[in-house]
Design a binder for this molecule. Structure first.
Ligand SMILES: NC(=O)c1ccc[n+]([C@@H]2O[C@H](COP(=O)([O-])OP(=O)(O)OC[C@H]3O[C@@H](n4cnc5c(N)ncnc54)[C@H](OP(=O)(O)O)[C@@H]3O)[C@@H](O)[C@H]2O)c1
Length: 332
């Protein structure tokens, strides 16, 4: 907590309050559409329910699911909506029954996916077990970049595929938000890591710990004698089906997007396990991520930060699909 961020002044007799009810600014939308539907709006500040904490948001990561949900009703009901699942900030208030955190604690976490969104705002509430203590050695921007992407990588590689030392793993889109954290997590687990990215990003992958790089623009990742134990596929579709052919029998394909129709049949024929993962809020995972960060084994690469008022610009950049590492929205 900084000297200016005491629980008292984060929980103010809010100067912006109307009718005595505290309000906050949020990146809000009342219609689906392009980045221009995002507007800075004054909304009632949420109140923590039983088992929840109210967090003053310092920074909030941006993920592809934010710009996908801005444009389409995938999992969420139609607007009005405030998006954002990643958060790093300071606990302001605790709801009934909360024992794990106190006002003033610095926390980071991923709100329950998909229905718990709302961190692209000055305040957000969420269940305590969506959060962990923010590692002291990183700032809120770094911490906000981690939760959704790092939990996805952890849940895919460790919880789902059971990655072990000595195994060989292929990570698609390895320079992206999920991929660049997955490379580090796999490396730390003693795996041999191959990543796909365009050639200018190969130095970045090697700095993260990748042993081999494939240029997805000029090389075919299936054109190899290599057989992997695990493939983490952030692309889905035909990439999922084609990934089956580079797995050894008994290997695991974890996709983050649905595979093409024939993926499961191809997997069955090749005797590999093919699953599609949807990230879940996960305190054990957050603590594992925090522990890796504290040991200096995991670090988010933040390639851009945008104030809340410029969230639309962050969305526009993110949805190019070409960003390296993470984009973060700064709030305080
Ligand atoms: N199911 C879930 O729970 C879950 C969780 C997290 C993310 N996801 C999904 O997973 C996908 C990736 O998420 P993210 O946050 O990592 O996205 P991201 O940060 O936007 O990914 C950007 C990266 O993708 C790379 N890329 C694009 N096309 C590629 C290709 N054909 N081969 C290799 N790399 C390619 C780009 O590298 P180059 O510029 O070098 O091409 C870029 O660095 C998104 O669709 C997201 O919605 C799903």
């Amino acid at each position: 907590m900084t000297s200016t961020d005491t629980p008292e002044n984060l929980n103010p007799a809010d100067p912006a309050a109307t009718d005595g009810a505290p309000v906050m600014l949020a990146l809000h939308q009342t219609a689906l559409g392009g980045p221009e539907v995002l507007q800075l709006a004054e909304l009632p500040r949420p109140v923590p329910g039983p088992g929840e904490i109210l967090v003053a948001v310092h920074a909030a990561g941006l993920n592809p699911t934010d710009f996908k949900h801005r444009a389409l009703s995938i999992f969420l009901p139609p607007p009005p909506l405030t998006l954002g699942w990643d958060v790093s900030g300071t606990v302001v208030e605790t709801g009934f029954g909360v024992t794990l955190f106190r006002p003033g604690d610095e926390v980071f976490g991923m709100l329950p996916y998909p229905y718990g969104a709302g961190s692209h705002a000055e305040y957000v509430t969420g269940p305590t077990r969506a959060f962990a203590a923010k590692p002291a050695g990183i700032d809120h921007v770094q911490a906000a970049a981690l939760p959704l992407a790092a939990l996805t990588a952890w849940q895919a590689l460790i919880d789902t595929a059971g990655l072990r030392a000595g195994q060989r793993v292929l990570i698609h889109a390895a320079a992206g938000g999920v991929g660049h954290l997955a490379v580090q997590i796999a490396k730390e687990h003693g795996a041999h890591v191959t990543g796909t990215a365009s050639a200018p990003k190969h130095d970045f992958l090697r700095e993260l710990g990748a042993h081999a790089c494939i240029d997805h623009r000029s090389e075919d990742f299936t054109d190899t004698e290599e057989r992997y134990d695990v493939v983490l596929d952030a692309l889905g579709g035909e990439t999922a089906t084609r990934s089956v052919s580079v797995l050894r029998p008994g290997g695991v394909l974890v996709s983050l997007l649905p595979g093409a129709e024939n993926t499961l049949a191809a997997a069955e024929k090749a005797q590999v396990r093919a699953v599609t993962l949807l990230v879940e809020h996960d305190q054990a995972g957050m603590r594992a991520v925090a522990e890796l960060v504290a040991r200096g084994k995991l670090r988010a690469h933040v390639s851009g930060t945008f104030p809340l008022a410029e969230g639309a610009r962050a969305h526009a950049l993110g949805e190019t699909g070409r960003t390296t590492g993470k984009l973060v929205i700064t709030v305080r």
